[in-house]
Design a protein around this ligand. Structure first.
Ligand code: BG6
Length: 520
């Protein structure tokens, strides 16, 4: 593969270094994504006419069709309250694919095969209407894997689970998939888990955190545990601090009611960011087995240093976007979009620590927000500076090494190093990055997280799904922060759309003599 050294000053911009011996011949690069067909299944998507089905689930399943992963007699069954025939739902699916996929991805023959898999049943979660019809349809495929995907409001998870049980739709190979939000605090998460747990066993429940399906997130595990290089350094003796940023440039995107009740801490930190933190910080699991991985993540969640009323102001920043510019145009502030007064945070920054031997004293700086300067998610592992310099002042400043794992966009890994400026004229040092962009290194399409996760449900592989105790441990850490904010009345600080959040978030890290990594 080609690796590019990029200096901060741009001096080497045109230099490309070959990183032998890992050069992959191009055939191997193309072959590096293997498709293993899954056994036939019936996917019943409750909320089949909703936003998630339209934007993510139907396109993801179509991509698996294109990849040749679906086998006969696989079916996808849309279910919602709207009255519709199979054919009408096929038209709906076709329109969704046209809207959310590129024209070159729409292959006529594959589309025809895919649409032939599509069925529809109008069901009501609160009454028996439509359930006998669903049973008749499902009975035709009773020996194949059956997955119920609840792409609906959590308020009806319990109703649907009960109907599935009452109408005897659960077979030996049935699974249920649930989307966040799983609760809005520990008590409501427990209640929701109890409701589903009354009907389904834990090994049948797949709680989706789509961040775990992202390619680079899994690469984090490969980087840590398939290389001998990093693990010996992966601790407080060598790592100064860790930064996790999940920045979005979008605003509310019409999710007014949900978002205003949730806010950034519940929407992004309790799930996605804490899951990323777990993968960075966990001990090596004994295998990739779901229980082994989830046991290790759970230990991290349980070791997070509590944030309470006594330290919340020092360790957290809440923000809310005001009018500004985003994606090249002027945008309204949060409250104008909402058309109401609100103190909900659209940005949060947190400094936390993990109370265990590996990480004692290493700060983890977390931040996420909407309407920030760009869409960018990354994990930065900032190593400690060298203990002693043998270079004089003329060599310039010696920066500490950094490993930057970019989740999106342009997934990849950058290792920042010090090297000597080329040429005669004394020893001058420069900070440059060994840059591996996955798109450049591998000529394969980067699948959407849902494609992998939907197939993992069929394969009954729970490694990338959250176990009940993980979700509850995450709430157990988040709850006191929410409570403390309320108790001390910590307000959301305004920030201009298109910036990196409130100045207090910069102060949060700069107070410690550190800075947020610049996205370069
Ligand atoms: C969702 C949040 O879970 O993740 C959204 O509810 C957010 O508010 C989204 O926009 C971000 O996902 P991605 O994959 O676009 O980074």
């Amino acid at each position: 593969m080609n690796a590019k050294f990029t200096p901060r000053g741009g001096f080497f911009k045109s230099i490309r270094l070959q990183t032998c011996p890992t050069n992959l011949p191009s055939e191997r690069r193309r072959m590096s994504s293997q498709i293993i067909p899954v056994e036939p299944f019936d996917y019943v998507v409750f909320g089949g006419t909703g936003d998630l089905a339209e934007r993510k689930l139907l396109p993801a399943l179509y991509h698996r069709q294109l990849a040749g992963q679906l086998t006969e007699p696989t079916r996808i069954i849309g279910a919602s309250r709207t009255a519709m025939t199979d054919d009408e739902y096929r038209q709906y699916t076709l329109a969704a694919l046209k809207e959310h996929l590129k024209a070159e991805e729409l292959d006529e023959a594959e589309l025809a095969k895919f649409l032939a898999r599509i069925f529809y049943v109008a069901v009501d979660a609160k009454s028996d209407q439509g359930w006998p019809q669903l049973k008749t349809l499902l009975d035709a495929g009773k020996d194949i894997v059956r997955a119920f995907y609840l792409a609906v409001s959590p308020s009806i998870f319990g109703d649907i689970a009960d109907k599935i049980r009452d109408h005897k739709l659960i077979t030996k190979s049935t699974r249920i998939v649930v989307e966040k939000p799983i609760g809005r605090d520990l008590a409501s998460a427990q209640a929701l888990n109890d409701t589903i747990g009354k009907v389904f066993k834990e090994e049948q429940i797949f709680r989706i955190d789509h961040y775990l399906g992202k390619e680079t997130v899994q690469n984090l595990m490969a980087l840590r545990f398939a290389n001998a290089l990093y693990e010996p350094l992966w601790n407080s003796a060598h790592i100064d601090h860790v930064q996790i940023t999940v920045a979005e440039s979008v605003g509310l995107e019409g999710r007014v009611t949900y978002y205003d009740k949730a806010g950034a801490l519940r929407d992004m930190v309790q799930n996605h960011i804490l899951q990323l933190l777990c993968l960075v910080a966990m001990e090596a699991p004994s295998s990739l087995d779901a229980e082994a991985v989830r046991d290790e993540k759970l230990k991290v969640l349980r070791s997070l240093k509590p944030i309470t009323g006594a330290n919340v102001e020092k360790l957290t920043v809440r923000g809310q976007y005001r009018a500004g510019a985003s994606a090249g145009g002027p945008v309204n502030g949060y409250q104008e979009e909402l058309e109401a007064t609100s103190d909900t945070e659209t940005f949060v920054a947190i400094k936390t620590e993990i109370n265990n031997w590996r990480w004692a004293g290493v700060p983890f700086y977390l931040r996420t927000g909407k309407r920030l300067a760009s869409r960018m998610s990354e994990i930065v592992i900032a190593f400690k500076p060298i203990p002693h310099s043998i270079f004089g002042e003329s060599a310039g400043r010696i920066e500490a090494n950094k490993l930057v794992i970019r989740l999106q966009p342009d997934e990849g890994v950058k290792q920042w190093l010090m090297i000597k400026d080329p040429g005669p004229g004394g020893m001058r040092l420069r900070h440059v990055s060994l840059d591996m962009s996955f798109a450049q290194a591998f000529e394969v399409r980067n699948p959407d997280a849902y494609e992998r996760l939907l197939m993992d449900v069929i394969r009954s592989n729970q490694t990338l799904f959250m176990r009940r105790d993980e979700v509850e441990a995450a709430w157990n850490w988040v709850d006191p922060i929410l409570k403390a904010w309320e108790e001390i009345g910590q307000k959301a600080q305004g920030y201009t759309s298109g910036t990196w959040g409130p100045s207090q978030a910069i102060a949060l890290i700069e107070r410690d003599g550190r800075t947020w990594h610049e996205n370069d």
